[in-house]
Write a protein that binds this ligand. Structure first.
Ligand code: ATP
Length: 360
């Protein structure tokens, strides 16, 4: 039976000189998923992508594609094309020739090339544009051509390295939607590299968050956002409030923690192994806190409003609690109501996430 796992990375390590760029990467990717490699510049995303494509050989570990160990295979034998920034189309070639390029290189018979290109152009809805040149196409159409070039080769995985980074914001969003639509319609397996958190959250089935060459978390956008495993992940994805707390009890997936100067308790669901007396961090997102609505939850802190900022769909408040710690609260749909002076911040316990402190 065909395995659902298309890419399997086992303990992959890569070193450049004395720079240990990939550290014990273990990752399994299922067929038909849109996977994003997310992390700041220099954390090893591109190096891993190139190691999958075969442009780099790994120093340790195994790369399996579709049940085959490919460590010693060159890129063209792995069949995993990479699409780079600006789609890397040949400007002097027509759309048809751009798409046919890979097949021509492989010296496939003319009739087969004609048929394959025709089929793939229909798949990505470009039929009729065969004779256009890249500069005569919109950004979204160019992205489709780039995808078609990969599709025509029957690639098992399509690797995209920040393909949208040179586009302006509006076009970027348009092309994002387009790209995700093609991937879903055709059931493609795509690995997409970006340092843009919103891009990752909005497009992916699963996100891999990189931290200095290691994987900090691999999960759905919701898991990454609401259940960050480390402080680094919580901090990197969006804005959050961290609160120092101490574990009083941990039983049956529920921990009672003490927080704040008054020593209040709250019970929070968690999978983490926590011991009594352990110091932890709580993470609560600005939109999960309510001002002067104590009935919304089990977690409460008093603060003083320092300033606020109107952001269209929300008002962002900056507050300080009694210890001087800064808090950020986003208030939605409050009409003309504004908050000043001392206020109470409240959150439901299920909107609070416990992070173990000893993880980086
Ligand atoms: N061919 C190479 N030779 C030596 N060092 C390299 C090489 N390629 C990458 N590096 C180093 O490896 C580290 C990771 O680089 P990589 O390009 O994988 O990061 P990245 O997360 O993709 O960042 P970016 O978003 O800036 O591309 C960096 O310190 C980089 O300088």
């Amino acid at each position: 039976m065909e395995s659902n796992i298309l890419l399997d990375l086992k303990n992959v390590n890569k070193v450049f000189g004395n720079n240990h760029v990939l550290k014990n990467i273990n990752l399994q990717i299922e067929r038909g998923k849109f996977i994003t490699f997310l992390g700041p510049s220099g954390c090893g995303k591109t190096t891993l992508l190139r190691s999958i494509a075969g442009f780099y050989t790994v120093d340790e570990g195994e790369v399996w594609i579709d049940g085959k160990l490919v460590n010693d295979l060159p890129p063209y034998k792995r069949g995993t094309p990479m699409v780079f920034q600006e789609y890397a189309l040949f400007p002097h070639m027509t759309v048809f020739d751009n798409i046919a390029y890979g097949l021509d290189i492989k010296k496939r018979p003319e009739a087969e090339v004609q048929q394959r290109v025709k089929d793939v152009m229909a798949q990505v809805k470009l039929t009729g544009l065969e004779e256009r040149y890249p500069h005569e196409m919109s950004g979204g159409q160019q992205q489709r051509v780039a995808m078609a070039r990969a599709l025509v080769m029957n690639s098992p995985i399509i690797l995209l390295d920040e393909p949208l980074s040179n586009l302006d914001a509006k076009l970027r969003e348009e092309v994002r939607v387009e790209l995700r639509a093609i991937q879903q319609e055709l059931g493609l397996t795509v690995i997409y590299v970006t340092h843009d958190q919103l891009e990752a959250l909005s497009m992916s089935d699963q996100i891999v968050v990189f931290n200095k060459g290691a994987i900090d978390q691999y999960g759905t956008p919701h898991e990454i956002y609401y259940e960050p495993r480390t402080q680094y992940v919580a901090d990197f994805i969006g804005t959050t409030n961290f609160i120092e707390a101490v574990v009083m009890q941990n039983k049956g997936g529920k921990a009672i923690v003490r927080y704040g100067q008054a020593g209040d308790n709250v019970t929070i669901a968690t999978d983490e192994k926590l011991t009594e007396g352990e110091e932890v961090l709580l993470s609560v997102r600005p939109e999960s806190l309510r001002l002067n609505q104590p009935e919304v939850g089990e977690f409460h802190v008093f603060g003083v409003v320092k300033s606020s900022m109107f952001l269209g769909e929300k008002e962002r408040y900056f507050l300080a609690d009694q210890s001087g710690k800064e808090w950020i609260v986003d208030a939605y749909d409050i009409g003309q109501k504004t908050f000043e002076g001392q206020v109470q911040m409240s959150a439901a316990a299920d909107k609070i996430h416990i992070i173990k402190k000893n993880k980086e």
